[in-house]
Every structure is written in structure tokens, then in C-alpha cells.
Design a protein around this ligand. Structure first.
Ligand code: KIV
Length: 278
């Protein structure tokens, strides 16, 4: 029997039961399957895929088609976890209609169970319209990477009073609008604690300390596969990148020395048939 599906209402139940929610990013079928079988509650098809999978310098180049494509693969590999699709830059900034249509593609074509979008008051009309279309929305406040050019870099957010007040007000607006959870990225621990205490919906932290109701990390960071940037808040749980390089060096050596493929990796042929070919 398969494990009970983790849904948007499971997010709320977990918060009410003081159980921490676990979320990781995933961008492909095989990884999604491994993480889902390991028991993670939710998989985020993040626009971070632009950097860690496609090699862009930021998330701004990622398109709706990119997310839909990767989301399909992740959905196929997932049985229990809630798949959340990230709405990329410009997919929810132009009009309410376009935002709902793009969010709908994540569900209809990508197989996601929810979407995530960045921002508070500035995008609240889009958030409400997407929820009215029966699509669950996860918010994202604090360091919102799609605003990197306005923020002047990837910096901790909410350190001064004005920023902290805005973050708290935005979190409450998102909750009132009906979002089922909010990601808090790069926010001081005590501020994230305050926000988490003041909301009835769960907060999911990334660089926001231990008092959030759940945590999310980028899978390439967790397993040491992406080394271009190493944020302070990342903990590496396995050195998969190093293992891959070591395996690759051994493969190169064995191919060059004709140690691979060995007999057990090759297909035999009937000698009599073979002799007729010479
Ligand atoms: O795109 C992403 O991976 C994200 C997480 C950092 C929360 O938005």
C-alpha cells in the first residue's frame, strides 16, 4: 500500500501538530523518485533550475515552458510528496489573466498540486485570482531572487524596522488571500520566528533559522553537486558531486585500459554465424 499523499491541507495539519515540514527542490524524474521514496513531504520545481540545471547566472531567464517541462518529469516520479511548481519571472507580473493561465499550465500540463510565487502586496491581486481558479498558492517573501536587480544582490532581508514591518504585513496579506504556506528566504531567525508565530499557515524557511514550520533547500546544494555559489545557510548532507567525479575518473581509466566493458557487460555471438561473415 502506498503512503498517504501529502496535500496542501497536510501543511496546515503539520503546523497544528507542531510537526516540521520537509521540502526539497527536484527537477527530474529519477531524483524526484528517490526523494519521494525517502519520505520528503514536498518537492519544489524551483526556478533555481535556471542556475543549477541550465547554467544561467540567475533565475530570470527561466520560462514557463522550462518549469512545465521539468515539472512533468518530477510529477511522474512522485507518489506521496506535494509537487509545487515555481512561477518564473514575468509569468505573473503582466496581467491577472496571464497569471491565472500560466498557473493553470503548471497544474494541467505539469501535474503540479500547487504553485509558488514571489512577493507580497505587489502581487496580491494575482495571488487571489489564482486561488479563485482553485489553484493552491504558496507565497515567497524575504530574499526573492526574481527581484535581485531591485534588491541590489542576494542579501539578507528584513534587518531594519521598515523592512521587517513590510515582511510581516505582506505575510499577513498572503495569509488573508488564502495561501497555504509561505517560504521565508534569507530572513533573520528571530524575525522568521515572529512571522511563524503570527501566522496560522506554515512558514517554510531557507536561510531563516530553525523556528520556521518547515525547511526547504536546493537539492544540488544538499548533495554537493553545484559548487558555483555556496550560501551560508546550506548544509551538505552527502558529497555526491565528489563521488560522481571519482566514479568518472575511474570510468575514464578503465575505458582507456580496456578494463571496461568486461565480458559480463557484452553480448556473445554464435561462432559459426560469425565465421560466415569473415
Ligand atoms: O527556486 C527555488 O529553488 C526556490 C527555493 C530557494 C525556495 O524558490
Amino acid at each position: 500500500m502506498s503512503a498517504k499523499k501529502f496535500t496542501v491541507s497536510s501543511f496546515l495539519t503539520a503546523k497544528n501538530n507542531s510537526e516540521k515540514i520537509t521540502m526539497l527542490t527536484a527537477y527530474d524524474y529519477s531524483t524526484a523518485k528517490l526523494l519521494d521514496q525517502a519520505g520528503v513531504d514536498s518537492l519544489l520545481v524551483g526556478d533555481s533550475l535556471g542556475m543549477v540545471m541550465l547554467g544561467y547566472e540567475s533565475t530570470l531567464q527561466v520560462t514557463v515552458d522550462d518549469i512545465v517541462h521539468h515539472c512533468r518529469a518530477v510529477s511522474r516520479g512522485t507518489q506521496r510528496a506535494l509537487v509545487v511548481a515555481d512561477m518564473p519571472f514575468l509569468s505573473y507580473h503582466i496581467s491577472v489573466e496571464e497569471s491565472v493561465r500560466n498557473a493553470g499550465r503548471m497544474i494541467q500540463e505539469g501535474g503540479a498540486g500547487a504553485v509558488k510565487l514571489e512577493g507580497g502586496e505587489e502581487v496580491i491581486d494575482k495571488v487571489k485570482a489564482i486561488i479563485r481558479a482553485q489553484i493552491p498558492v504558496m507565497g515567497h517573501l524575504g530574499l526573492t531572487p526574481q527581484s535581485v536587480n531591485m534588491l541590489g544582490g542576494y542579501k539578507v532581508q528584513g534587518k531594519n524596522e521598515a523592512q521587517a514591518r513590510k515582511l510581516l504585513a505582506d505575510a499577513k496579506l498572503l495569509e488573508e488571500a488564502g495561501t497555504f504556506a509561505i517560504v521565508l528566504e534569507c530572513v533573520p531567525e528571530k524575525l522568521a520566528k515572529l512571522v511563524s508565530e503570527q501566522l496560522s499557515i506554515p512558514t517554510i524557511g531557507i536561510g531563516a533559522g530553525k523556528y520556521c514550520d518547515g525547511q526547504v533547500l536546493v537539492i544540488q546544494d544538499v548533495f554537493g553537486i553545484y559548487a558555483d555559489i555556496k550560501p551560508k545557510f546550506v548544509k551538505q548532507y552527502a558529497q555526491v558531486g565528489e563521488m560522481m567525479q571519482q566514479g568518472c575518473r575511474q570510468y575514464i581509466e578503465e575505458v582507456k585500459a580496456m578494463a571496461f566493458p568486461a565480458g559480463e557487460h557484452s553480448f556473445p555471438m554464435d561462432e559459426e554465424v560469425l565465421s560466415k561473415l569473415y
